[in-house]
Ligand binder design. Structure first.
Ligand code: SF4
Length: 346
């Protein structure tokens, strides 16, 4: 089983309750099972009794996780610059569940649907490629803002639109199918002969930079999150008077390890950012790293968004994540992506 690569994590986390506040689903629903310790106990139970991989409550709990990964930095068992990788354990457990065939029906359905969308088209001209994923496409203002900023910076670009590039399949536990889709997308991108690939979605950035590397797939372009690309344009912005709340992306903070460009761009714009929630360790993304949580469990996603609403006082929230923008806007919070905020500040 894949979880056997994480026996150290299982042993450490099942006796530890120090990072319970870092599981947003645990905070939102107050279920002990939805904490890193609860999930490690499930993994330990399955390790000792493999037949328990069919336990419906266990499987449901593992697919409820928001996968935020804050404990990659804020684990109390932090040693030699490395915390226990509780998210790695959960992803391994999802792979084991899929390989045992005990995943819920909606997981199978979502995976099949996303795999079918692995097809892309190109529009425009230029050395720069701009990829719009499902969440970016669901908020057209994001691509419109990117266009405004690119025009201001005299950048010509091609837009790539289409579906799954591997992340959803990976997150659901279908590692082999994720790799096959990733190979197809890389061949498509490499065939375009461009120099730069810009993505608005941190999930796409993480998958192109980290997952593709793990799969041994080479991309012959420099991949950038849109915050890096826009910051590099060094545009002039109007001074901003009101303070805003910036919601850290789980992917850019915890998976890519404190990607610096959202902060750099906010500095260029002159935004006065107030802290969000009770401390910088917690996740307020409403399940960004679980990528398809609104499809898997809309009630839970609503609870996460409600938790964010209770934790913020800022009238305007900013995010690097089109997922968080979509999910919190649906819960009536005022949220803009960095592209939108930058374009409005020109
Ligand atoms: S990730 Fe670290 S702090 Fe959290 S339960 Fe495991 S050992 Fe404890």
């Amino acid at each position: 089983m894949h979880i056997n690569q994480f026996t150290e994590v299982i042993s450490a986390c099942r006796f530890c309750f120090m990072c319970r506040h870092l599981s947003a689903v645990g905070q939102a629903g107050c279920r002990e099972a939805d904490t890193p310790r609860g999930r490690a106990l499930i993994a330990d139970s399955i390790r000792m009794h493999p037949e328990k991989i069919a336990d419906a409550d266990f499987v449901d709990t593992i697919y409820r996780s928001d996968l935020a990964g804050s404990n990659r930095f804020h684990c109390d068992g932090y040693h030699d610059g490395k915390g226990y990788d509780e998210v790695g354990l959960q992803l391994a457990l999802r792979r084991d569940i899929v390989e045992a065939g005990t995943q819920p029906e909606n997981v199978k359905k979502i995976a099949d649907e996303f795999e079918k969308t692995a097809d892309w088209k190109v529009e425009g001209a230029g050395d720069v490629l701009y990829f719009t994923d499902r969440y970016s496409q669901s908020t057209p203002e994001i691509a419109q803002s990117f266009a405004k900023l690119a025009e201001k910076g005299a950048v010509k670009y091609r837009t790539i639109s289409g579906g799954c590039i591997g992340k959803v399949l990976r997150v659901l536990g279908y590692a082999d199918r994720s790799k096959a889709v990733a190979k197809k997308f890389a061949a498509f991108i490499n065939g375009l002969g461009a120099k730069t690939l810009v993505v608005s979605n941190p999930a796409a950035y993480d998958t192109l930079v980290n997952d593709y590397k793990e799969y041994g797939i080479e991309l012959k372009v420099k991949v950038m999150h849109s915050s890096e690309f826009i910051a590099n344009l060094k545009l002039a912005y109007k001074p901003i008077k009101e303070s805003v709340g910036y919601i850290e992306s789980d992917f850019l903070k915890n998976y890519v390890k404190n990607y610096p460009y959202p902060a750099e761009l906010l500095k260029q714009i002159g935004a006065k950012c107030e802290p969000i929630g009770t401390n910088i360790e917690e996740s307020y993304t409403a399940g960004e790293a679980a990528v398809v949580l609104p499809l898997l469990n809309p009630t839970l996603t609503g609870q996460l968004a409600g938790q964010v609403a209770k934790s913020v006082d800022n009238e305007l929230l900013l995010t690097a994540s089109p997922y968080t923008r979509r999910t919190l806007s649906d819960a009536n919070l005022k949220v803009l992506t960095l592209e939108e905020f930058a374009a409005q500040s020109l």
